[in-house]
Design a protein around this ligand. Structure first.
Ligand code: FMN
Length: 185
């Protein structure tokens, strides 16, 4: 699959099979991710790969945090939250380092990590894996960050859910670039 085909055929695939994804393929995705551009070569991305029990532990932390913040919620809500990371056999949490030098900008580190996620999504597409970039309230949840060993000031910009697709989706028809583009010169 060439780059254009991967870009145009990529779509969020939320429905994936529970079958495990070989570590070798996950490493291929991460290898693609770290080819992203990053200013001052700071490599600001951090990945936490959750499979098997790791996903259940994340679910437990999410549900416990939600219970603390919303004790009024029903047990059914907490159970649903606990099961969220089990929607795919692999969940990769992506964090961003805070700049450690004055010349490095926080927004640029976030941009670089986002580019890494896009690389990862395109690589997944090229490998016929289904993937979906998710955030939700969990990305800024202090307890989730702590569980993932991120510092409290580190941004978590995504949880990428990955697995073998349940079905092949119709190609997405996306709006043109034209109304978002001005040509100068
Ligand atoms: C930063 C970011 C956060 C996202 N968070 C969520 C999310 O929490 N839940 C979700 O269903 N989709 C999430 N998405 C996926 C978008 O909803 C999805 O990309 C969009 O619907 C377009 O669909 P496509 O990826 O198939 O083109 C997120 C995407 C980005 C870039």
């Amino acid at each position: 699959m060439d780059a254009f085909e991967a870009i145009h055929s990529r779509h969020s695939q939320g429905k994936v099979k529970p079958d495990p994804v070989p570590r070798e393929l996950i490493e291929k995705l991460l290898e693609a991710a770290v080819q992203a551009p990053n200013h001052y070569k700071v490599r600001p991305w951090r990945f936490v790969v959750l499979t098997g029990e790791g996903r259940s532990q994340l679910g437990d932390v999410m549900a416990a945090s939600q219970r603390e913040r919303h004790p009024e919620f029903t047990q059914e809500v907490f159970d649903k939250t606990r099961a969220l990371p089990l929607r795919a056999p692999v969940v990769i949490a992506v964090g961003v380092d805070q700049p450690s030098e004055a010349k490095v900008l926080e927004i640029e580190n976030v941009c670089a990590a986002a580019a890494a996620i896009e690389n990862l999504l395109l690589a997944a597409q090229a490998l016929s894996l289904g993937a979906k970039w998710r955030t939700g309230e969990w990305a800024s949840d202090a307890k989730v960050k702590e569980f993932l060993s991120f510092e409290s000031d580190q941004h978590v910009i995504g949880f990428v859910y990955i697995g073998y697709p349940e079905f092949v989706a119709e190609p997405a028809i996306r709006p043109s670039f034209e109304d978002r583009t001005v040509w100068m010169g």
